[in-house]
Design a protein around this ligand. Structure first.
Ligand SMILES: [Zn+2]
Ligand SMILES: [Zn+2]
Length: 168
């Protein structure tokens, strides 16, 4: 679903407000697929700042299925995030910006593209089903959240053992 921001670009309108629930295609990441449950609720305002920059500020809310990076189990994540960014005309050079940058094409911008950019921006560095997920036994491969195996494993986290040495 596209919205037209030409009126904002041409200073014929001060603000565009959008509130939608949009279906969104699963996102294919490096090694996994993120699937959305019930679409994405997105709400935002688009307006001009200082008579030139077109800004977008809003809220996104969704549920998605994810895969834990430690135990490899699937789990559901509920996300509610504020976002803000700038909308610029689409061009060939893609610089790195601090803000999330959204692109319009001849004054048209797609809500699903906005949602996708925000979702990607907010993806955690590491997906964990819970903070203290115990992960998988490196020896027998069992999920240590549900099974306690008898494998003989020393502290395998190198950061922890370094810390131990440091504290000696
Ligand atoms: Zn896990
Ligand atoms: Zn084991």
């Amino acid at each position: 679903m596209k919205i037209d921001i030409t009126n904002i670009i041409n200073d014929e309108q001060l603000k565009i407000s959008v509130k939608e629930n949009i279906p969104i295609e699963p996102l294919a990441l490096d090694a996994k697929m993120i699937e959305f449950d019930g679409g994405v609720d997105i709400e935002f305002d688009i307006y001009k700042v200082d008579g030139k920059d077109i800004c977008i500020i809003g809220n996104i809310q969704y549920k998605c299925g994810d895969v834990c990076d430690r135990c490899l189990e699937t789990f559901k994540r509920e996300v509610q995030e504020k976002f803000s960014g700038q909308i610029i005309e689409k061009s060939e050079d893609e610089d790195i910006y601090e803000n999330i940058i959204f692109f319009h094409e001849s004054g048209k911008i797609n809500i699903a593209d906005i949602a996708r950019a925000v979702i990607l921006y907010n993806l955690p560095m590491k997906s964990l089903c819970k903070q203290d997920c115990k992960g998988i036994c490196p020896k027998c491969g069992q999920n240590l959240n549900t099974v306690q195996c008898d494998c003989d494993i020393e502290d395998i986290d190198p950061r922890l053992s370094e810390l131990k040495n440091f504290l000696k």
